[in-house]
Design a protein around this ligand. Sequence first.
Ligand code: FPP
Length: 276
Amino acid sequence: MRNTIGCDGNADPPLLAIFAALDERTTSEELLARIDRKRVPRHVAIIMDGNGRWAEQHGEHRMMGHANGVTSVREALTAATELGVRYLTLYAFSTENWNRPKEEVDALMDLLVRTMVKELEELRTNGVRLNAIGDLDSLPESCRGTLQQGMDSTAGNDRITLTLALSYSSRWEILRMVSDLVGKVAQGSINASEINERTVGEHLCTAGMPDPELLIRTSGEQRVSNFLLWQIAYAELWFTPVLWPDFRKEHFFRAVLDYQNRERRFGLVSEQVAPK
Ligand code: FPP
């Protein structure tokens, strides 16, 4: 059996498996050193998925999956901050998640509140500005209050903006934007002919933020699930089979390395894209 790299440059399957195994062992420091700091995405969005499956695999209650997911939130935030990412947006609770059993919804809200209370001081002292998008009025009072307190006390920070998408879905956001714009046209404060991509962007929950250049989704699902549909028009999508509670800094670094190895063309031909 051939087990060398052929003259076509392709390695045999056994060698590929060895390379893959060696690559798996690359430490987060080694990965970090490979990242070009001048081409780090400004905004990374993450669909945190697989908490339930993680819990099932570990013979635990679903809530243990969510609770362990908090460690991964910390890892993603640390990795993003170390790289100089300016915006990290996490899909923490979708509009559809309200349809889960009440016990799970209540426990998730409780986990969010406890996590915010516990982590707030660290967010504040590490330059993290807390932000939230979604139908925040639909959240329980305790969650809204804690969130508001967190946003107020970190409002002066500007190292990184951590946005939690809560009771969020892109279709809800787009409907709200359409209704806002229609209302303004009816009042005469805006002309229908003036509506363009910029005006639309200004009426979305993410107004003032750059669009995400990189969208990560864990757990092996390859869908965008009603998340930032307008904003990810040109984002690179990165899917990993890793379940969210197992997500660590090195996964974040690998996603950014893959992003840097892709050619972003924005509908242009290769030659028109500025050299890297
Ligand atoms: C999806 O996994 C995850 C969620 C619906 C909730 C995410 C929440 C956390 C990670 C908790 C802490 C968050 C913050 C921001 C402090 P799933 O339950 O859909 O998993 P499954 O598809 O395997 O069932």
